[in-house]
Design a protein around this ligand. Structure first.
Ligand code: GLN
Length: 405
């Protein structure tokens, strides 16, 4: 296909695009998905399942296709969906939510985070971001006109240093972004770590913007603590979440913000002008997911625990070192010892093309110059993970050869 390109002599001066769009690059996660598709690699880069959502949701989708709704829902979410979400949230967190005053339904947690940032921050404000971070957070910060203050989560166990965190708070940030369970590290913040964050947020009067999309994917003995349930925290917490991971429906783009009414008022306005609303038929459909019994969530956990064990077993067999994930469905793997171990981007390209498994170069998540880590996800069918494992097995031989040289 030919694209229209003006001839040089007819090209007139054109306005430059905004400064802000030059401040960040395209998503490396999404780029690695394109690389995987190009070379037929198993895509363990962009985290999404290759299995179906629960049957209840698929049946509900058929019914809604016949019966509707097919037009706009209320901008901040259809009443039935918000009601079901409030009940489900109460079941798991004990927080009693008013569906009309505490919830805005968004197009995925991606929009929820953007709306949260735009509601909480003014241009020039500072925002604490733990590094490594899910790449959207920094783009959100820049698009809001705010400045990220990075606090390292030190590999391999991804702990934060309390002095480093305090020094960041002393620079008077407007907000802290907390991803828990954490993408890309698989860290689940312990209650006592969260209480420490809560005390600092209170002392320095900052918002806490949480991304808790992996709340139901946690491996025993770890437990997810909803930040807003900590003493005094509901009032300053903007909780972002989504149905994508919990019900394996990443393409439906159903997310939400939960917060006190004075914050929700701002979120509603930002959300209305950003997107008007999330897909009405899918909100109606997803009520069937929100009403699933406790056994569904137990099954989800057990399934993911098995996937994790299969994939970690494959990493062990390939002789790769990694940080054992406590939650979410990612694992950070150490590539030290390979020829390109100082260049995770080249390593990841090579891995996709030569070994047939796609990962995300770790450096795209770090502010610090960390180049020896890559991220795999394991939200895949067990046979897909086993096949990835077989392919990764070749790394053991390659490393052997390097060592013998
Ligand atoms: N959250 C997923 C990941 O980190 C998918 C990101 C996306 O492409 N929206 O891979």
């Amino acid at each position: 296909m030919a694209f229209y390109t003006p001839k040089p002599q007819t090209r007139k001066p054109m306005p430059a695009t905004s400064h802000r769009v030059s401040l960040f690059t395209e998503s490396v996660i999404r780029r690695m998905t394109r690389v995987a598709n190009e070379c037929g690699a198993i895509n363990l880069s962009q985290g999404f399942p290759d299995f179906d959502p629960p049957q209840e949701l698929r049946e509900s989708l058929e019914r809604v296709a016949r019966e509707g709704p097919h037009q706009y829902a209320v901008t901040w979410g259809s009443p039935g969906f918000r009601e079901a979400l409030a009940r489900k949230h109460e079941r798991f967190t004990g927080l009693h939510l008013d569906p009309d005053r505490n919830i805005v339904v968004t197009c995925g947690s991606t929009e929820a985070m953007m709306a949260a940032m735009m509601t909480a921050c003014n241009p020039g404000d500072r925002v604490i971001v733990f590094s490594p971070f899910y790449e959207n957070y920094v783009a959100d910060t820049i698009l809001t006109g705010a400045e990220p203050l990075y606090v390292p989560l030190h590999p391999p166990d991804f702990t934060f240093d309390r002095d480093e965190l305090r020094r960041a708070f002393e620079r008077r940030p407007k907000a802290l972004i907390l991803c828990n369970p954490s993408n890309p590290t698989g860290k689940v913040f312990a209650r006592e770590e969260l209480l420490h964050l809560a005390a600092l947020a209170e002392e320095f009067d900052a918002f806490v913007i949480t991304d808790e999309v992996y709340e139901h994917i946690v491996y025993a003995p770890h437990e997810h603590v909803t930040f807003a349930t900590l003493p005094g925290m509901f009032d300053r917490t903007i909780s972002c979440g989504s149905l994508s991971k919990t019900y394996s429906i990443t393409g439906w783009r159903l997310g939400h913000v939960i917060a006190p009414p004075r914050i929700i008022d701002g979120i509603r306005k930002v959300h209305d002008f950003l997107t008007v609303g999330a897909a009405a038929p899918l909100q109606e459909t997803a009520i069937a997911g929100l009403n699933l019994p406790l056994t569904y969530y137990q099954g989800l956990r057990a399934d993911y625990a098995r996937k994790r064990d299969i994939f970690l077993g494959a990493l062990d067999a390939a002789g790769l070192k990694y940080t054992r994930p406590q939650g979410a469905y990612y694992v950070m793997v150490d590539i030290s010892g390979f020829e390109t171990d100082d260049d995770d981007v080249r390593f990841s390209e090579w891995l996709a093309r030569e070994i047939g498994v796609a990962a995300v170069p770790g450096s795209s998540f770090f502010h610090e110059p960390v180049r020896h880590l890559i991220r795999f996800h394991f939200a895949k069918r067990e046979d897909t993970l086993r096949e990835a494992g077989r392919r990764l097995q070749r790394l053991a031989e390659i490393r052997e050869r390097i060592i013998r040289r």
